[in-house]
Design a protein around this ligand. Structure first.
Ligand code: XMP
Ligand code: MG
Length: 183
């Protein structure tokens, strides 16, 4: 759906659909070059990364494999709890694999730093991160993100996979949620 389909629920559109597409193309060219002679396993973090994963994977002009993990760091609200739980683990053995974690957004960074440590303990050959969005002002841990799309302000955003109470994931762009929706 488009912002006009949820009239009034956004205060601002931050990133348009075509900007996302252009950025994923740019990142894909770098990833193709970096993994030219390696088998890369894309690990998507459910559910937010579904759109990034689908578009990035199709944009990539090299063979890849995909697997998925579901972790919870947020309840139904808008604040990071710092507590991470695995809701669905990978099906793939990571021993000797080149892993590229695909994420929608890095907020405090707590989820990803926990995930990196967890996946690192499984004996992969390499692990890197690709995240579409990053909130620099919200960072609570330092994370080395090799491929990232856009830095955004420290506001709660929805769209392109990102939800509020499971809504707005199918919005094609990324926008700032109007406070009246959650207050
Ligand atoms: P942390 O703080 O651990 O959070 O880096 C990462 C996860 O929290 C979710 N998240 C958001 N979801 N709008 C959302 O819809 C946001 O602005 C937002 N900020 C963080 C997201 O699932 C991410 O993987
Ligand atoms: Mg997520």
């Amino acid at each position: 759906m488009e912002p006009r389909d949820i009239e009034g629920d956004l205060t601002e559109i931050l990133i348009e659909e075509d900007e996302i597409r252009a950025k994923l193309a740019e990142l894909s060219r770098r990833i193709e070059a970096d993994y030219a002679d390696k088998d890369v396993l894309l690990v998507g973090v459910l559910k937010g990364a579904v759109m990034v994963m689908a578009d990035l994977a199709r944009e990539l002009q090299i063979p890849i494999t995909m697997d998925w993990m579901a972790v919870s760091s947020y309840g139904s609200g808008t604040e990071s709890s710092g507590v991470v739980r695995i809701l669905k683990d990978l099906d793939t053995d990571l021993t000797g694999r080149h892993v590229l974690i695909v994420e929608d957004i890095i907020d405090s960074g707590l989820t990803l730093s926990w995930l990196m440590a967890n996946l690192n303990s499984r004996g992969p050959e390499s692990i890197e991160i690709c995240a579409l969005l990053r909130k620099p002002e919200a960072a609570r841990v330092d994370i080395d993100v090799k491929y990232f799309g856009f830095d955004i302000p420290n506001k709660f955003v929805v769209g392109y996979g990102l939800d509020y109470n499971e809504k707005y994931r199918n919005l094609r762009s990324v926008g700032i949620l109007a406070p009246h929706v959650y207050s």
